[in-house]
Write a protein that binds this ligand. Structure first.
Ligand code: ADP
Length: 481
C-alpha cells in the first residue's frame, strides 16, 4: 500500500510539537504493516540545510504565485518529498511565525501551496508514482482533500488527522480568489466557514475519513467545550471519526541507550536514574538532595494548564518538592515561573529554551512530570514519562485519560497503576494530586511499583500503526465499492 502523507513539520527535521513526532515516527512504524509512505513537507531553511542527495522530481512554474520544486530525499529512513519554494519557505523565524512570534503574513498562501502540491502529487503529477491513500495532518495540510474535491481528476481516498483542533487556519473571504478553486467551492459543503475560508473546516468537510489522536479526544471534540466551533460538523461526520492514540519512537526514546543521559537504566535496575537526577539538578541550579523532583516539559500556555501549576508552585515547595520547568510560551506564564524561581532559589528553576536532549535527560532523571492540561488531544510527554519511569501527574482529559492509569487503591492493589490523574481540572484538584504524588513518593515500594508498571506500558507505535493501516484499507475498499 502506498501512502502520501502531508505535514507541515516532521521530526527530526523540524518540530514545534507533537505533530512532528507523529509525522516522523508513523511512516517508520507502518513499514511493518506493508505500508510505504512518502511524506510531503515544506523546505524550510532548517530542512534545506541538512538534506543530502536531493533530486528534483517535479517543478511548478507558478504554484499559487511562486516557483517551486519538489525534491525527493531519503532521510533517516523517511522517504521525503520536500516542497522547495524560497518565496514561501526560505525566511528567518519558525515554520509558522517570525522571530518576534508574529504569524508569517502569508501563511494562508504558504500552506494552500503545500496542499495544492499535495493534491497534484496524489493525482499523479509525479508520473511514475500514485498513492492509494492520502493522509494529511492539521490545518496546514487540510486543503489537500478540498483541492482534490474541486478538480476534474478523480479523488484519491483521504484521511485527515486532527492533532489540535484549536489551530484551524481561519482567514477572511478576501483570500478565496487567490486559492485557484472554482467559485462553488466557497460554500457550506466546501471551504466557507463563518463567512471566511476555514482550512481545517474544509479538510473535515471533504476528507473521506477523520481521525484524531486519542479515543477520549474523539469524543470530546463533539462537544461545544472542546470542539471549538467544529463540533456540529464533526457530529454530522461522527461515523467517519476515529480516535487512535499516538505512539512514541521507542528507539529515539530508550532509557537503556539514549545518548542524552548521564546513566542508562532499565526497569530492572532503576538505581542509576539517580545519576541523571543529579545532572538535571545541576543543569537547573537546584538543590541536590533526595526530595522529589517534579518537572514540566511543555509550551507554557493556558491549554497546558500552566496557570494552575504557577498557582500551586508555593504549595509544592511547601510539600518539600523541587520543580524544574523546561519551556516557553505566554510571557505572563513565563514571568510567573521565573518569579517563583526567584522566590524559591534551589527549589524551583526555569529554562525558557527548546532543548531536545535536555528534555530526554529530564524524563530520565526527574521523579514525576506534571501535565495539568485543560485539553490534550493525545500528549506525548506522559508517554515519554511512562517509558522513562518519570511518573506522570496528569489531568483526566483527552489522551492523558487514555494512557495513564490513576494510582487509586484498587489500581495500586492490582499493580495496574501507572501515574496520578485528577479531574476536573482546577487548581485545588491539581494541588491534591501533587500532594498525593509526594505522599506516594515517600513510600519507595509503592513508588517503584508505579515506575515499573509505567515502564511496562506499551507506548510504542505497534498497535496504533496497525489501526492506521486498517483504516487505510477500509478507505481503499470504500473507493472500490
Ligand atoms: P503539543 O504538541 O501540544 O505541544 P505534546 O505533548 O503532544 O504537546 O508534544 C510536545 C513535544 O514537544 C514533546 O515531544 C515534548 O518533549 C516537546 N517539548 C515541549 N517543550 C519543549 C522544550 N522546551 N524543549 C524540548 N522539548 C520540548
Amino acid at each position: 500500500m502506498e501512502v502520501l502523507s502531508v505535514a507541515s513539520e516532521v521530526y527530526p527535521l523540524v518540530k514545534t510539537g507533537g505533530l512532528a513526532d507523529v509525522a516522523g515516527a508513523l511512516p517508520l512504524a507502518l513499514k511493518g504493516h506493508g505500508v510505504s509512505v512518502k511524506t510531503l513537507m515544506p523546505g524550510y531553511p532548517a530542512v534545506m540545510r541538512v538534506i543530502e542527495d536531493r533530486k528534483v522530481v517535479l517543478s511548478f512554474e507558478n504554484l499559487l504565485g511562486a516557483r517551486a520544486d519538489v525534491l525527493s530525499v531519503e532521510h533517516r529512513g523517511l522517504d521525503l518529498l520536500i516542497l522547495d519554494s524560497p518565496t514561501f519557505f526560505d525566511r528567518p523565524g519558525g515554520p509558522y511565525a517570525d522571530a518576534t512570534g508574529k504569524d508569517h503574513f502569508d501563511n494562508w498562501r504558504r500552506f494552500a501551496a503545500l496542499s495544492k502540491a499535495g493534491a497534484l502529487i496524489a493525482q499523479g503529477a509525479l508520473g511514475n508514482w500514485r498513492p492509494d491513500i492520502v493522509h494529511v495532518h492539521d490545518w496546514q495540510a487540510a486543503m489537500v482533500p478540498a483541492y482534490m474535491r474541486y478538480s476534474a481528476v478523480p479523488e484519491v481516498p483521504t484521511l485527515i488527522t486532527i492533532h489540535n483542533i484549536a489551530f484551524q487556519g481561519q482567514y477572511g473571504a478576501d483570500i478565496f480568489p487567490y486559492l485557484e478553486l472554482p467559485p462553488h467551492a466557497f460554500g457550506i459543503e466546501g471551504v466557507e466557514y463563518f463567512g471566511g475560508v476555514g482550512y481545517l473546516k474544509a479538510g473535515l468537510q471533504t476528507s473521506w475519513a477523520i481521525s484524531t489522536v486519542s479515543p477520549s479526544y474523539a469524543e470530546e471534540i463533539l462537544t461545544p467545550e472542546f470542539g471549538m466551533g467544529l463540533e456540529g460538523l464533526l457530529s454530522i461526520r461522527q461515523s467517519d471519526l476515529h480516535g487512535i492514540v499516538n505512539g512514541i519512537d521507542a528507539d529515539v526514546w530508550d532509557p537503556a541507550a539514549d545518548p542524552a543521559l548521564t546513566s542508562h537504566y532499565t526497569a530492572a535496575n532503576l538505581k542509576t536514574r539517580a545519576d541523571n537526577r543529579q545532572t538535571v539538578a545541576r543543569r537547573f541550579g537546584l538543590a541536590e538532595d533526595d526530595s522529589p523532583l517534579f518537572c514540566v516539559i511543555s509550551r507554557l500556555t493556558w491549554q497546558k494548564g500552566m496557570d494552575l501549576l504557577a498557582a500551586t508552585v508555593d504549595d509544592l515547595v511547601e510539600m518539600g518538592a523541587r520543580l524544574a520547568v523546561l519551556g516557553s510560551g505566554d510571557r505572563a506564564l513565563e514571568n510567573a515561573f521565573h518569579s517563583a524561581a526567584a522566590r524559591h532559589p534551589g527549589r524551583v528553576a526555569v529554562l525558557s529554551v527548546y532543548d531536545e536532549p535536555l528534555s530526554h535527560l529530564m524524563q530520565a532523571g526527574c521523579d514525576a512530570i506534571v501535565i495539568p492540561s485543560r485539553f490534550e488531544p493525545c500528549g506525548l510527554t506522559q508517554l515519554y514519562g511512562l517509558r522513562y519511569g518519570c511518573v506522570p501527574v496528569v489531568a483526566r482529559t483527552g489522551g492523558l485519560n487514555d494512557t495513564v492509569i490513576d494510582a487509586s487503591h484498587a489500581a495500586l492493589a492490582a499493580r495496574a497503576a501507572t501515574g496520578i490523574a485528577f479531574g476536573p481540572v482546577t487548581t485545588e484538584n491539581l494541588r491534591r494530586a501533587l500532594h498525593r504524588a509526594v505522599r506516594l513518593y515517600h513510600d519507595p515500594k509503592v513508588w517503584t511499583a508505579l515506575q515499573k508498571q509505567g515502564m511496562k506500558s506499551d507506548v510504542s507505535w505497534k498497535k496504533s500503526a496497525g489501526l492506521y493501516a486498517g483504516l487505510y484499507k477500509n478507505l481503499i475498499a470504500k473507493k472500490g465499492s
